[in-house]
Design a protein around this ligand. Structure first.
Ligand code: HEM
Length: 390
């Protein structure tokens, strides 16, 4: 019989002991294939196959909004909020910049940036990984890939901290969003008067792009740049936090990764699967009966990637972290046409960070007896105190 329970569950703003958010999603998935969340008013899909199916039906599960609690957003993420055929046109303007071959050209410098970020920590003997590494490294890589000097790293670190509300004692500060928008507006104006090399500088590249035979409008360029900023910095920082949380709390895996760096790519895939940080929503284009679940036009539907990638129907020993798991068809980067534009960059960053850190600090442990806490929404650790022999 179809199960369409109504449940009240806070999936966005809770603070809970580390890894509790995933245990909660595991329990919800095993109790309900789908349910209506009365907190926020949206459907939740919990199983891998159903979520893949929804990702693959963009004509029904639309990208008019991708935030479950915000069906009518006043902002526009691009290319995220665009639909066929416009979506593919936007992706064509950007795909090459983030394709495997382009990222490969940056790989050596990305490794250097990781090493430069770890090196000063070696003699310290302890650090909060999130602020000492997670804040700075993704920002430097982002600036590198965008073709910008690293001088502006401080601005982005502080803007992202303000937006995600992780400065101790401060909730999310949405004026940071305006600051990021203004930063890019000024940059675009300056590139219009003095263009840089369009093969190196992404803003100049976009300023020369055309869409449907017309220059790409400034409003589109700015929405793309803001989306890239929001989509690429907090995600890497938080995913890195979970990689190092796992390695700090599982000494056998840590020793294997340090001794056999060739394991790092599969370990990263497994961390993405077992510690997935982000869920995506869709807005229904019409009434539908989804495997017995009665959904209405304009309902929001959360495709819970954190439930999907840990679904035992898809993954053997789903609740175990196996750093050499193969195959590993996780969907931590989504699926189908809106699949993460930055997945190759993300993989390169995560792998470089783990490789360079362990070449300098192979042995470390959690430096606290307190319970570590994690935010819901974008599942993230507030801090990760680590200690090692200096
Ligand atoms: C661990 C890091 C990351 C994770 C887990 C992640 C996750 C995701 C997911 C699940 C989606 C699918 C959205 C949907 O279906 O609506 C997505 C889309 C996207 N991501 Fe990432 N992401 C990461 C890093 C990055 C980076 C580094 C960039 C920078 C280039 C980036 C840029 C984007 C963009 C622009 C989209 C929208 C794509 C589209 O709608 O066509 N992401 N990401």
């Amino acid at each position: 019989m179809a199960d369409h329970a109504s449940i009240e569950v806070d999936l966005s703003s809770t603070v809970a002991p580390a890894t509790e958010h995933w245990k909660q999603m595991d329990q919800l998935r095993e109790a309900h294939r789908f349910f209506w969340n009365t907190k926020g008013g949206y459907w939740v899909l919990t199983r891998y196959e159903d979520i893949r199916e929804a990702f693959n039906k963009p004509e029904l599960f639309s990208n008019r909004s991708i935030v479950a609690t915000d069906p009518n957003p006043a902002y526009r993420f691009l290319p995220s909020f665009s639909e066929p055929p416009q979506h593919m046109k936007y992706r064509h303007l950007m795909n090459g910049w983030f394709a495997p071959a382009s990222i490969k050209r940056h790989a050596a410098r990305i490794a250097e940036l990781a090493r430069e970020t770890v090196s000063p920590l070696v003699s310290q003997g302890h650090a909060d990984f999130i602020t000492a590494f997670g804040d700075g490294f993704p920002v430097k890589v982002f600036l590198l890939v965008m073709g910008l000097p690293l001088d502006d790293a401080g601005f982005f670190v502080s803007a992202v901290q303000r937006m995600s509300g992780d400065t101790p004692g401060h909730p999310s500060d949405m004026t940071a969003w305006d600051d990021i928008h203004n930063y890019w507006a000024q940059m675009l104006a300056s590139r219009r008067t003095s263009p840089c090399d369009p093969h190196v500088d992404f803003v100049t590249h976009l300023s020369l792009c055309e869409l449907d035979g017309e220059p790409l409008p400034d409003v589109d360029i700015l929405d793309i740049l803001v989306t890239l900023t929001l989509g690429s910095l907090d995600t890497i920082k938080n995913q890195l936090g979970w990689c190092f949380y796992h390695l700090a709390t599982h000494p056998d895996d840590r020793r294997r990764v340090a001794a056999m760096p060739e394991l790092i790519p599969s370990a990263v895939e497994e961390f993405l699967r077992a510690y997935p940080i982000v869920g995506m929503a869709r807005k229904l284009n019409e009434d539908t009966d989804f495997h017995g679940c009665p959904m209405k036009k304009d309902d929001m539907v959360l495709l819970s990637i954190p439930a999907a990638t840990r679904d035992p129907r898809q993954f053997a020993d789903a609740d175990r972290v196996l750093i050499d798991r193969s195959p590993n068809r996780h969907i931590a980067f989504g699926a189908s046409e809106h699949r993460c534009l930055g997945s190759h960059l993300a993989r390169c960053e995560l792998q470089s960070a783990i490789r360079e850190w362990h070449s300098l600090i192979p042995d470390y442990r959690l430096d606290t007896d307190d319970q570590l806490l994690a935010h819901g929404g974008l599942i993230s650790l507030r801090s990760l105190p680590l200690a090692w022999a200096p």
